[in-house]
Design a binder for this molecule. Structure first.
Ligand SMILES: [Zn+2]
Length: 221
């Protein structure tokens, strides 16, 4: 579903927007990106939002996970996700995605005096919701930091355990404790990070072996 008000954005543009927010925030506290990314602090201390946990009104429906009101600078999080670290942080990061990517357009089309919030629904997926999700993943799992952690863990990790196990270890040992397993697996696929980056795809295995033998044979002559 496309909405004429909002521009289409490439994944790269969304990654850049998320990195820009991360760098601006971390510049205020030493410059180094630290994990887990403190999305609550970015929202409250850096951008001036108030986070409100609620199960009222729209949020009586647990399908509405969160929302953002730009005028009152409030991020709503459905109370049902409060105790679920991954979903809680992802919802805040998602609303920050709307703040960075959509706030200006939303406000310029908002009829004067009328209240309005952008909502995160687990069922409706228009383009801007995809964009905010992509932003949230990039914010919580910055690609460079994730690749570095995955590389470190892969050294002491047997590839046969697979991407699922790598996702679990990145959460428990790699610093991404505020990310759900599902979001991590999705992000690893998105960035094409596998449990063993040196492992050859099966289709290349036989030609590689033949080439290896050919070179050995030629080397002996
Ligand atoms: Zn949303």
């Amino acid at each position: 579903m496309t909405d004429q008000r909002y521009p289409e954005l490439t994944d790269d543009a969304i990654e850049r927007a998320s990195n820009k927010l991360l760098h601006e925030f971390f510049a205020t506290c030493g410059g180094e990106i630290t994990l887990p990314v403190p999305v609550e602090r970015i929202a409250e201390k850096f951008l001036g939002y108030r986070i409100e946990l609620t199960d009222q009104g729209l949020f009586a429906d647990p399908a509405f996970l969160g929302g953002v009101d730009f005028q009152t600078e409030t991020i709503f999080v459905n109370a049902s996700v409060e105790n679920h670290d991954g979903r809680y942080a992802f919802t805040i990061a998602h609303e920050l995605g709307h703040h960075v990517l959509h706030r200006m357009q939303f406000l310029s089309y908002q009829p004067e005096g009328e209240e309005g919030i952008m909502c995160r629904s687990s069922t409706k997926r228009p383009m801007i919701e995809y964009q905010a999700d992509r932003f949230a993943a990039a914010l919580l799992m910055p690609s460079e930091a994730l690749k570095t952690s995955a590389r470190k863990l892969s050294r002491k990790f047997r590839a046969k355990h697979g991407t699922n196990a790598l996702a679990a270890r990145l959460i428990t040992e790699g610093g991404f404790s505020n990310v759900s397993r599902e979001a991590m697996r999705y992000r690893l696929r998105e960035l094409k990070i596998s449990a063993n980056p040196l492992m050859l795809p099966r289709v290349l295995l036989i030609p590689s072996l033949l080439l290896y033998r050919l070179f050995r044979y030629l080397g002996r002559r």
